[in-house]
Design a protein around this ligand. Sequence first.
Ligand code: FAD
Length: 310
Amino acid sequence: PFDVLVVGGGPAGAASAIYAARKGIRTGIAAERFGGQVLDTMAIENFISVPHTEGPKLAAQLEQHVKDYDVDVMNLQRAETLIPARTEGGLHEVKLASGASLKARTVILSTGARWRQMNVPGEDEYRNKGVTYCPHCDGPLFKGKRVAVIGGGNSGVEAAIDLAGIVAHVTLIEYDSQLRADAVLQRKLASLPNVKVITSALTTEVRGDGEKLTSLTYKDRNHDTVHEIALEGIFVQIGLVPNTEWLKDAIALSNRGEIEVDHRGETSQRGIFAAGDCTTVPYKQIVIAMGEGSKAALSAFDYLIRLPAE
Ligand code: FAD
């Protein structure tokens, strides 16, 4: 069995595996797609001390750094079931879609998350060519330009406030007849001169010139009319879905499906830790996922050295 089994090969999982391996303990990492969301990212400009890199390059470096250590890397492996140890200090079991079963004294869950998409024509075609999901990451790329934010919940309204300070103009589009964000955020939003809010609007299409995004169309749900807005960027803020469906019977999840962790990264089950975008820790970013992954590995090591000798 492994001392530490990491499930997920994004920034959080890679950091966990490296920190665990550096303690000289038996470490494995199983990932459906090594690199995680970073693989779908183009420019990365907030990975501190690296002014500019690109997603696929960083993903390759993550994998290489892990492989510099004695880590059993199992790529293209999807975990389907987690069976926590029945007794304190016992072995946890992770079953893979391939039929294999892995056993480990500690498990670090780092399966990340995925952005909810609008599922309209043009969204995929113009992804990273104007359509984006992360204001903290891509906001500065739209300096002085016109953008829309899709979604009037807290994350959409926060994104609109954030972007209003950077871009020329923000149109916030909400499907419902009113915004759902906290009142204090709505007041702040209403005070900004370069933001327009459109409610009861269903985004129907993303259009472009083949190279980059040029407009979006929406249907006014009250009047059943279709409108087009010319712009350079669209920030989709309709939810981040954690990849934790397979864990709901094994450990405590929040009402959004995020794995509940304490300040050491431990879940509701002793010896099972979690890190990165799949957890309740706020702000889904690469540097944060790496920090949390490192912390979870150190916590797992602490747990292991306190187990009674067999
Ligand atoms: P992920 O990167 O999501 O990795 C999850 C891993 O778990 C993957 O290997 C996945 O295959 C695997 N996995 C999932 N389910 C299973 C399963 N059941 N069994 C086995 N493996 C599984 N952040 C920044 O800091 N700067 C940026 O510029 C930036 N730009 C972004 C641009 C885009 C388009 C996107 C989508 C995100 C961006 N982010 C950026 C956010 C950043 O990518 C994430 O915060 C970060 O990747 C989270 O790392 P993670 O390891 O927690 O999860």
